[in-house]
Design a protein around this ligand. Structure first.
Ligand code: ZN
Length: 463
């Protein structure tokens, strides 16, 4: 199942007229890639040598999509109607379960393959798959229990995407319930099963897939199980992701059940460290942000999904002024490009605070887009379980080449390219995507077949 688009490393050096390095644009950059697909040398201010391949535009590092439920791509845009007095996160979730109950392994392959191709086109070069759709539609195990994870790994390999697979601990319907609801039957796991899923993924030894673990949320896993999982992975450097404090009702239920708010509960457990990535962390107190950041935990924002579900806005000032790893995820996939997510992070704050360029730091980085991009690239690496990322020696040579001929970027001065990309439209902004030093290029016939498979899967699911 090796990703055929990245079968061997690029041998001749690359040259970029402009590359985004260390938070700013750098001119005339000569780049070489080692046999593992990592940057071997990065030299600025060098004229293009005859033997180098000249890249067709400015180069940006790839961005990690730190939170994905691939199957949810099947209903993006299909829950935007209200037929009762109230529509909120919880009614959306009921509708989402109805889709989750129908998706077959073949359909998941088609959906994920289509999604991962869209994400690559949207500037993402790695995806953290927060995966809980494990069992057959009747809740029984597949003959091979890892079937759905295999399908995701195959879909990623088909298009050149790389994954951090995060099998999810999912045990109960809420703080007051001991078991799952009937319509959550495909999600059921135990600590033992999560660890075995993680080990199964690792046993495949696929170059494009690594594995960590996830906990659905404090409401969906028993405290004793979380403790058992945390103990079992104490010597494992891989990431641990958890949904937390996405909804006000969840905070209230946690307070009623434990006397503590969700992030507070995690902080007081003493388990948080740099492996932990808190997904959403929307409803927090300043003290929760400070103490979670002090423990080393990162936070994964999912701006388009949080807006779509009416979650609320996070304490962006608090997280930005902390040292936390900050990453971004497309979650339910109503958008599939990172510029749209960065724009929404900032616009959410502008609408609430009635100010502009809230995310900028006038002392060090006056560009909102530069600052958010820097933080999300670095934080995404941590969420994926890597030590480094970006255009620097030793990091994976994953990058996109900007299309400066696209309408939104025509004539934009070099120093403002990223600002215009984020705030002035991103359609067709990425001319090429490169993974581990290899250009992703899908032959027209396989792309056509994949689109047909997506169309068929959608028809079957929605008929
Ligand atoms: Zn999620």
């Amino acid at each position: 199942m090796e990703a055929r688009l990245m079968s061997d490393a690029h041998t001749s050096p690359l040259w970029a007229p402009l590359a985004f390095i260390g938070g700013h644009w750098t001119r005339d950059v000569l780049l070489s890639i080692d046999a593992s697909g990592n940057w071997e040398t990065v030299e600025a201010g060098v004229a293009c040598p005859a033997q180098a391949r000249r890249l067709a535009g400015p180069v940006l590092p790839g961005v990690v999509n730190a939170h994905s439920h691939a199957f949810q791509r099947a209903f993006a845009g299909l829950t935007e109607r209200r037929d009762s007095a109230l529509d909120d996160f919880w009614s959306w979730r009921d509708r989402m379960y109805q889709v989750a109950l129908r998706v077959s392994p073949e359909q998941l392959h088609a959906i994920a393959r289509h999604l991962y191709a869209e994400l690559l086109a949207g500037g993402f070069t790695h995806t953290c798959e927060f995966h809980y759709l494990h069992h057959d539609t009747d809740g029984r195990h597949y003959a091979d229990q890892a079937t759905m994870m295999q399908v995701l790994a195959a879909a990623a390999a088909d298009v050149g995407m790389t994954l951090t697979m995060l099998p999810v601990l999912y045990e109960r319907a809420g703080f007051a319930q001991t078991a799952l609801r009937e319509d959550q039957r495909r999600f059921a796991t135990s600590v033992e099963r999560v660890l075995s899923f993680r080990d199964t993924v690792r046993s495949w030894r696929l170059p494009h897939v690594t594995a960590g673990v996830a906990i659905h949320s404090l409401r969906a896993a028993h405290a004793d199980s979380i403790r058992e999982l945390v103990t079992a992975v104490r010597d494992d450097a891989a990431p641990i992701h958890i949904h937390v404090a996405e909804q006000v009702a969840e905070v209230e239920q946690c307070l009623a059940a434990t006397g503590m708010r969700p992030v507070e509960w995690l902080v007081r457990s003493g388990w948080l460290d740099a492996r932990w990535h808190l997904v959403h962390a929307t409803h927090t107190t300043p003290d929760e942000v400070r103490s979670a950041a002090a423990a080393g935990a990162g936070v994964v924002l999912c701006p388009s999904t949080e807006a779509n579900l009416g979650d609320g806005t996070c304490d962006l000032d608090g997280w930005l002024s902390s040292a936390s790893a900050l990453s971004v995820g497309t979650d339910s996939h109503i958008t599939r490009a990172w510029p749209a997510e960065l724009q929404l992070v900032e616009y959410g704050q502008r609408l609430v605070q009635r100010r502009r360029n809230v995310s900028a730091d006038p002392e060090r980085m006056s560009s909102t887009a530069h600052r958010l991009f820097q933080r999300f690239v670095a934080g995404g690496a941590a969420a994926a379980g890597w030590n480094n990322i970006g255009i620097q020696v030793g990091a994976r040579a994953d990058f996109v080449v900007l299309n400066t001929e696209t309408d939104a970027l025509l004539g934009v001065p070099d120093d403002f390219l990223l600002d215009a990309l984020v705030f002035s439209g991103s359609a067709d902004a990425f001319r090429e995507t490169w993974m581990r030093g290899q250009r992703c290029h899908e032959p027209e016939d396989t792309r056509r077949a994949a689109r047909e498979a997506m169309r068929r899967a959608m028809k079957e699911i929605w008929s």
